[in-house]
Write a new protein. Structure first.
Length: 95
């Protein structure tokens, strides 16, 4: 997300941690990507049903990067489905 202003949403229990690390994250991102980005902790919190992680939004919420644990697990499941299908339903050659 190469935007100038990015809002970060997190769990309510992670607010203090996020306030501590946001300045470090801004510097680290600027060093790596050579883009100066202002990270702001949003007022809206992730639902408690989330397991952890953050959601980044930019451009008035039109660009969203969901980096919650649930979203990453969903992605991992989707990526592994072809292999699961091959193992459950092997293709046998008929001669």
């Amino acid at each position: 997300m190469l935007e100038e202003n990015v809002e970060v949403r997190c769990l309510a229990k992670d607010v203090n941690l996020m306030n501590e690390i946001l300045p470090y994250c801004e510097r680290e991102f600027a060093d790596i990507c050579e883009v100066k980005t202002k990270l702001t902790l949003g007022h809206e919190r992730l639902p408690e049903s989330e397991l952890g992680g953050i959601v980044l939004t930019s451009f008035r919420g039109k660009i969203v990067c969901n980096n919650t644990l649930r979203a990453r697990l969903d992605y991992a499941v989707q990526q592994s489905l072809p292999e699961v299908r091959r193992n459950l339903f092997p293709v046998t050659k008929v001669e």
